[in-house]
Write a protein that binds this ligand. Structure first.
Ligand code: SF4
Length: 748
C-alpha cells in the first residue's frame, strides 16, 4: 500500500526526518560505556520491570524481555530512567545551604539532577530550609497528622510504586474510613477506565501483546508512541512488514509515527527507518470523536458494519447507528477539520482489515469529552466486530509503568462493589464510605481548607495539575504533606504544607529489599526481584514497610496483622483473595510464574457486563469553539489557538531528562510549536519571542518554532505550560483538558 500521508505545511525547522535511529544507539552508548556503565548494565539485567512506561518490559525472564518472551526489548527511555535513579545522593548539607526560595527557582530537570534522596527531611512552618529529621520523629508527626476525621485525610499516588504498596495504601485509608484515594490516573487515563468499564464491564485493554501481534490494522489515536512507548513501535513495524495497515490520528505530525528506525532491527530498520503510518490524519485538538463518528457513518453508508455481531453481542447499537446517520458530513468535517474523503479512506482501510486494534493515549483522554472520545472509539470497534477476538480490540496505552496496577489494587476514590465486599470480609467491618476525592476535587477541597493531611506515594501532584497557582495555594492550606520519593521534584519545593512538609526517601523498584509486582498496560503481572541500592549510608525506607508501620500505629493489630504486612508475600496472598483476576499472585513466590490477569483479554465476544453484551453509548459531538482575543481581556493583536500541552522527547511524565526536543526541532523548553500559516495570520514570525496568555496565567519570552502541527493548534511542553490553563475537566471523568487549552499568542 502507498504511504499516502495527508498534506501538511512545510516546516523551516523540520527536526529529524526519522524517529528512533542512530540517536538511540548513541544514547545507549553514552550511558552504558560511561563510568556508570557497569551499574546501568547490572540494573538493565536485574529481574524487574522497566521503571518507565507501562509496556511492561523486564521481569522474571530478564530485563530485556517482553511479555511474549522476545529479547532486545529495552528502549533508551528505560535507560534514561535507570541512569536518573543511579545518580549519587543529594549532598548531606544541601538543604541547609539552599533556601526554599532558591529551590523554587529550579526547573524540573534541575530538580531531578540534584540526585537521589537519601535521608528524611522536613520543612517546618516559618523555616526557610528543609532540615534532616529522624525516622522516629517523622513517624510520630505523621501518625499525629493522620489522627483526624477520615474526610480530612487523603492520599495521592503515582504508578511508580508496586502493587503491594498500592494495596496497602488503599487498605490503610479504607480502614481509616476514607475513600480519599486520589491517583495520577485521575489526571491521565481515567476516561479510558470509565468509558471501557461502561461499555465492556472491564476498564483496561481488551488486547494482549499476543493478540496485538495478530492484528492486520492498528488505528493509533492521540499517541506519541515513538517517544512514550518506544517498544510498541516494534509491533507497528512488524505489522507493516506482514502487510498490515496503520492509521494515525494526531494534530501534530510526529516524525516517529511517519518513519521509525528501530534498534531491534539493525539492518532493515535502524538506519533507513521503517514506514509507520499508511494514513496520517491531523484533526483539530479535541475532535477525534468527530472522526470516529465520520468513520462510523462511512462504514454504515457502505454496508461495512457487522450486523450479526451487533445483534448478538451488543446493546444500544441501533441508537449509535442512527446517531452517525443523522450527523451530517458538514458537521463532522467542520468539527474535526479533516476532509470527508480522508475520513472515508480511513473507514475503507478499517473495513478491509480482518482484525483491527484501536489504540489511544492522552490525546483522547486529555479532553473535556474524554469519556465520550473513548466510547466513540469503542463504538467504531464494535460496529466492525473488532472486539472479542484475537488480533482485535481496544487498547488504551498507559503512561507510567504501574499506573494500571494501582487501579486494580483499588486505589480509586470509589470502592467497586466486588472489592468492597471482599475488603469488608477481610477487615470485618462495613465499608459504606462516601466517595472520596479524586485528584481534581482533592485540590479544590484543599483550596477551601477541607484537608488536613496528605500522603503522596510518588508523583508530583503540584506540577501535574492545571492552574499551578491554584495547586500551590491549595497545597499550602493542608497542615501536613508527606512525600515519598526517590528524587526531588518541583512538588517538593512548591507544594508546601501549612505546618509540616516531609520528604521521605524510598527504595526504587530494583532496590526494594523484598519482591514486588507490577501490572503492564496489557494486563500482564510482572514479578520484581529484591535488590540493593548503590547509595552508601542511605537512610531509605521501603514503601510497603512505611505504610504497614503507619497503619499499625493507627490501627494496632485490629482485623489485620499490619506488621505482618511488611512481608510482601503475605500482601500478595491478600491480593489473591480480594482482587478479581489476580488469583495467581497468591502462588507467584513459589511458581515465579508471571501471568495475564483473568477476565480482561476478550478473545470471545462475551463481556463483563450483566448481560454479557457490550453496552454501546451515544457520543454527542463536541462544539469546539475558541475565545476571541478580547475574551482574554487583552488589547494585543495576535492569534488564538488550541494549545496541546505535551511531553517532549526525553521526558517522562513531569520529569525532564533533556531540554531540547530534536525531533520536533524545538531547541529548549520555552518554545511554542505553531503552523507557519497561523504565525503569518497572527502577524508573527518564526523564532520570534512572544507572550502566551491562557485563562489562568501567561508565559513570556516564548520562542515560536514553526513545525508540523495543524492549523489552529499549537504545542507547548507540560508541565511548564500548565500555569496557563484553568482546570476545565470532562464531567464524566474529572480529567482536565490538557490538550485543548485556549491561548492568545501575541508579540511582546
Ligand atoms: S517501551 Fe516502555 S516498558 Fe519497554 S523498555 Fe521502553 S519505557 Fe520500558
Amino acid at each position: 500500500m502507498d504511504n499516502s500521508l495527508s498534506p501538511h505545511s512545510p516546516s523551516p525547522h523540520p527536526g529529524k526526518d526519522i524517529g528512533g535511529g542512530l540517536p538511540v544507539i548513541r544514547y545507549w552508548a553514552e550511558h552504558t560505556l560511561a563510568p556508570e556503565g557497569p551499574q546501568v548494565w547490572q540494573t538493565l539485567l536485574h529481574k524487574s520491570a522497566c521503571l518507565s512506561c507501562a509496556w511492561g518490559t523486564g521481569g522474571q525472564k530478564g530485563g530485556f524481555t517482553n511479555e511474549e518472551g522476545e529479547k532486545l526489548q529495552r528502549c533508551a527511555k528505560s535507560v534514561e530512567s535507570i541512569v536518573a535513579e543511579l545518580q549519587p545522593p543529594v549532598e548531606p548539607h544541601f538543604f541547609e545551604q539552599h533556601t526554599i526560595a532558591k529551590l523554587q527557582q529550579l526547573s524540573s530537570m534541575e530538580a531531578d539532577r540534584l540526585g537521589r534522596l537519601s535521608f528524611p527531611a522536613i520543612l517546618r512552618a516559618g523555616s526557610s530550609h528543609y532540615e534532616r529529621i529522624g525516622w522516629d520523629e517523622a513517624y510520630d508527626l505523621i501518625e499525629e497528622a493522620f489522627r483526624q476525621p477520615p474526610d480530612r485525610v487523603a492520599s495521592y499516588s503515582s504508578g511508580r510504586s508496586s502493587n503491594e504498596a498500592a494495596y496497602l495504601l488503599q487498605l490503610m485509608m479504607r480502614s481509616l474510613g476514607s475513600n480519599n484515594l486520589a491517583d495520577c490516573s485521575d489526571l491521565c487515563h481515567r476516561p479510558s477506565t470509565e468509558g471501557l468499564s461502561t461499555t465492556f464491564g472491564s476498564g483496561t485493554s481488551t488486547v494482549s501483546l499476543e493478540s496485538l501481534k495478530q492484528a492486520d490494522c492498528v488505528v493509533l489515536i492521540g499517541s506519541n508512541a515513538p517517544s512514550n512507548h518506544p517498544r510498541l513501535m516494534n509491533e507497528l513495524i512488524k505489522l507493516r512488514d506482514r502487510g498490515g495497515t496503520i492509521i494515525v490520528l494526531n494534530p501534530v505530525r510526529e516524525v516517529g509515527l511517519v518513519k521509525f528506525g528501530s534498534p531491534s532491527f539493525p539492518v532493515k530498520s535502524l538506519l533507513p527507518g521503517s514506514d509507520i503510518a499508511n494514513l496520517f490524519l491531523q484533526p483539530i485538538p479535541g475532535s477525534d470523536l468527530a472522526v470516529m463518528v465520520g468513520i462510523q457513518k462511512s462504514l454504515i453508508d457502505h454496508n461495512s458494519i457487522d450486523d450479526d455481531f451487533l445483534k448478538a453481542h451488543t446493546e444500544g447499537w441501533e441508537a449509535v447507528v442512527e446517531q452517525a446517520q443523522v450527523t451530517s458530513w458538514e458537521t463532522i468535517v467542520e468539527t474535526c477539520g479533516v476532509s470527508q474523503a480522508d475520513i472515508e479512506t480511513a473507514a475503507t482501510l478499517i473495513a478491509q482489515a480482518e482484525r483491527v486494534v484501536f489504540a489511544w493515549a492522552m490525546g483522547i483522554t486529555h479532553q473535556a469529552n474524554g469519556v465520550d472520545g473513548v466510547c466513540g472509539i469503542a463504538n467504531t470497534a464494535l460496529l466492525t466486530g473488532n472486539v472479542g477476538k484475537l488480533g482485535a480490540g481496544v487498547m488504551p496505552i498507559r503512561g507510567h509503568s504501574n499506573v494500571q496496577g494501582f487501579g486494580s489494587m483499588g486505589v480509586k476514590n470509589e470502592l467497586k462493589p466486588a472489592l468492597k465486599k471482599a475488603l469488608e470480609k477481610l477487615l470485618g467491618r462495613s465499608l459504606d464510605l462516601e466517595p472520596g476525592y479524586h485528584a481534581r476535587s482533592l485540590i479544590e477541597a484543599a483550596d477551601v481548607g477541607k484537608v488536613d493531611t496528605l500522603l503522596c506515594l510518588g508523583g508530583n501532584l503540584y506540577a501535574a495539575n492545571p492552574d499551578l497557582t491554584q495547586a500551590k495555594r491549595a497545597l499550602s492550606q493542608i497542615n501536613t504533606v508527606i512525600y515519598l520519593a526517590t528524587k526531588p521534584n518541583l512538588g517538593h519545593f512548591h507544594g508546601l504544607a501549612r505546618q509540616h512538609t516531609l520528604i521521605l526517601p524510598v527504595f526504587n523498584r530494583f532496590e526494594n529489599p523484598h519482591k514486588t509486582t507490577v501490572e503492564s498496560g496489557n494486563n500482564f503481572v510482572r514479578l520484581n526481584d529484591e535488590g540493593k541500592t548503590h547509595l552508601k549510608k542511605a537512610d531509605l525506607v521501603a514503601e510497603v514497610n512505611f505504610i504497614a508501620e503507619l497503619a499499625y500505629r493507627l490501627h494496632g493489630g485490629s482485623s489485620v496483622d499490619w506488621r505482618r504486612l511488611q512481608d510482601t508475600r503475605y500482601v500478595r496472598r491478600l491480593i489473591a483473595q480480594t482482587i478479581h483476576g489476580y488469583e495467581k499472585i497468591g502462588q507467584i513466590d513459589e511458581t515465579k510464574e508471571e501471568f495475564t490477569i483473568g477476565d480482561r483479554i476478550f478473545t470471545r465476544p462475551q463481556f463483563r457486563t450483566p448481560s454479557g453484551k457490550a453496552q454501546m453509548q451515544l457520543t454527542p459531538l463536541p462544539k469546539l469553539t475558541l475565545p476571541t482575543p478580547e475574551d482574554f481581556g487583552s488589547s494585543k493583536k495576535g492569534i488564538v489557538l488550541a494549545l496541546i500541552t505535551g511531553r517532549s522527547y526525553t521526558q517522562h511524565n513531569t520529569v525532564v531528562y533533556r531540554a531540547a526536543d530534536k525531533y520536533r526541532g524545538m531547541p529548549h523548553r520555552h518554545c511554542i510549536l505553531m503552523n507557519i500559516e497561523d504565525v503569518r495570520v497572527g502577524g508573527l514570525s518564526d523564532r520570534q519571542q512572544v507572550t502566551v496568555q491562557g485563562e489562568a496565567g501567561q508565559l513570556e519570552n516564548i520562542e515560536i518554532i514553526c513545525g508540523d502541527v495543524r492549523r489552529g493548534a499549537a504545542l507547548m511542553f507540560y508541565p511548564e505550560a500548565n500555569v496557563l490553563m484553568k482546570a476545565v475537566a470532562d464531567p464524566k471523568s474529572h480529567t482536565p483538558a490538557y490538550k485543548r487549552v485556549p491561548v492568545l499568542i501575541f508579540s511582546q
